[in-house]
Ligand binder design. Structure first.
Ligand code: HEC
Length: 192
């Protein structure tokens, strides 16, 4: 019994030794012996490479007319191609306010500061042009003494002056949460 077990261990050790020889052959940059060739030599096309499949010879194809990507809603533009100021299509929940605050602090506060005073680190230490205080007079444009959330939503989506678009950082739904948070909590005097 013991003898058999010894033999098993011996052949196991030998096996591991042989595998280790194979796996190290060919130097550092070799991928070694390939078993699943489809994965190493991919047959998919690169986005900008030629293609024999499509009539126009390109791999990357334009989307079919009148279609949009899943989960993407194009912004409505007016006749001068200016983004329309929309109403928030979602109702705000306690969770939404909290998430708006969290996303503001992680995406916007670097420049605008957590208190919205425009003194974030990117401004004070990075030398980026300082944004206006959210509580400043220039934001009083609606009857309610503050900009509508749709305006802030558009600023996040398209950028404004020195501020680049943040559409890549935040989903449309989250942009509404941040816009509502900025409007309610940072633009209104008295409230934090
Ligand atoms: C890289 C720094 C930076 C970041 C990050 C940033 N902003 Fe700004 N923001 C600015 C600057 C600078 C301005 C002033 C733009 C100008 O007038 O040239 C500005 C302006 C604004 C304005 C006023 C624009 C107007 O015309 O009414 C709003 C609202 C605003 N930002 C919201 C946000 C929100 C919300 C976020 C996070 C999603 C954000 N910003 C992220 C730098 C930044």
């Amino acid at each position: 019994m013991l003898l058999i077990r010894g033999q098993v261990v011996k052949s196991l050790l030998l096996g591991i030794f042989l595998i280790s020889l194979v796996s190290c052959s060919g130097g550092r940059n070799s991928t070694g012996y390939s078993i699943i060739n489809d994965m190493i030599y991919s047959e998919t096309y690169e986005a900008f490479s030629d293609s024999q499949i499509h009539e126009n010879g390109q791999s990357m194809q334009a989307p079919p007319a009148n279609t949009i990507a899943r989960g993407f809603m194009p912004h409505e533009m007016d006749e001068d191609d200016v983004p329309v100021v929309m109403e928030n299509p979602n109702t705000m929940t306690a969770y939404g306010w909290k998430r708006g605050e969290l996303l503001y602090n992680s995406t916007c506060a670097a420049c605008h500061g957590e208190d919205g005073q425009g003194k974030g680190l990117v401004v004070t230490q990075g030398g980026f042009p300082n944004p206006p205080k959210f509580k400043s007079r220039s934001f009083k444009y609606s009857k309610k003494d503050k900009k509508p959330a749709g305006h802030i939503y558009n600023v996040i989506t398209f950028g404004s002056g020195n501020m680049p678009s943040h559409a890549q950082q935040l989903y449309a739904e989250d942009r509404w949460l941040v816009a509502e948070y900025v409007r309610e909590r940072l633009m209104t005097k008295g409230k934090k």
